[in-house]
Design a protein around this ligand. Structure first.
Ligand SMILES: Nc1ncnc2c1ncn2[C@@H]1O[C@H](COP(=O)(O)OP(=O)(O)O)[C@@H](O)[C@H]1O
Ligand SMILES: CC(C)(COP(=O)(O)O)[C@@H](O)C(=O)NCCC(=O)O
Ligand SMILES: [K+]
Length: 247
């Protein structure tokens, strides 16, 4: 049985899945690039093709190529003007991050309805996809870790001695690290609420689908999460759609 390897290469982490000839998606791993280098995942030997969707740096893409030592063809997927019923709103469609493009393809393949997609990773992206497949536009915001790091880098009195910690939603801070971490966690939640508000007040969406993905999802409070679906596989689902037409 032949299998395709699907790779979603973000700026912090790489996610991999296998797609069987029956189009079953089987998640493989979600690694940082350091983990991929230190403990290269041993792939099954029946892979016939690799589909790569990357927004990563050249340095991190080189780590992927170093891992994929097998001489298997790599098909780079990019954002397009239109595909699988979804129309890109960018004047320069190639500029839209392919992770954003694929999450929309994945969502639209499942259900053709008004959809808000929030991908909270290195950056937080918000995209509005209408029921007719039109991408209406979106936002790019620094991700929670980036928010934390950027102020520590620029304001000498703002420090964070809590290693790889994240803040608490709806809580105040009474120390610099707590004020920083709680502030950034709450900024993320505020962004999500603003995206919902714009959907309802500006676009007149009432009954719409909300899809969340990305590493920062654990920060979202339960009442907000309940309003949507946590779908960290959505970029890989979009890639699977491309894999069904790739040679
Ligand atoms: N336990 C956690 N709680 C909250 N946020 C986290 C946690 N672990 C990682 N993150 C956040 O997730 C981000 C990575 O998410 P991911 O979606 O994999 O990013 P990318 O697609 O950009 O590679 C990190 O930058 C960090 O902000
Ligand atoms: C906005 C992003 C950096 C998000 O990347 P991620 O957080 O998933 O690593 C990525 O989608 C990207 O590089 N986009 C290109 C610019 C654009 O979408 O307009
Ligand atoms: K993202």
């Amino acid at each position: 049985m032949t299998t395709k390897l699907l790779l979603d290469a973000g700026n912090s982490r790489i996610k991999a899945a296998l797609l069987s000839s029956e189009y079953q998606l089987e998640p493989l791993f979600n690694y940082s690039y350091e983990e991929l280098e230190a403990h290269p995942f041993v792939l099954p030997n029946n892979i016939t093709e690799t589909l790569l969707a990357s927004v990563a740096s050249q340095t991190n893409e080189a780590k992927i190529r170093a891992w994929l030592t097998e001489a298997m063809p790599i098909h780079h997927v990019s954002s397009e003007t239109r595909a699988f019923g979804v129309t890109n709103s960018y004047q320069s469609p190639q500029n839209l991050g392919v992770d954003r493009w694929l999450a929309m393809i994945g969502a639209y393949t499942e259900r053709q309805e008004n959809t808000l997609i929030i991908d909270a990773g290195t950056a937080i992206t918000v995209d509005w996809l209408a029921a007719d497949g039109a991408h209406l536009g979106g936002w790019i915001v620094p991700g929670v870790s980036l928010m934390q790091e950027s102020i520590v880098a620029r304001a000498p009195r703002v420090f964070n001695d809590l290693d790889s910690a994240f803040g608490r939603v709806n809580e105040l801070g009474n120390s610099t690290p707590d004020a920083l971490l709680n502030g950034c966690a709450n900024a993320f939640v505020g962004l999500v609420k603003q995206a919902l508000s714009v959907s309802e007040t500006e676009l007149d969406w009432f009954d719409y689908r909300i899809i969340y993905l990305g590493g920062s999802l654990p920060l979202l409070p339960a009442e907000l999460k309940r309003r949507g679906e946590s779908r960290t596989d959505m970029v890989l689902q979009g890639l699977a759609k491309y894999a069904t037409q790739a040679s």
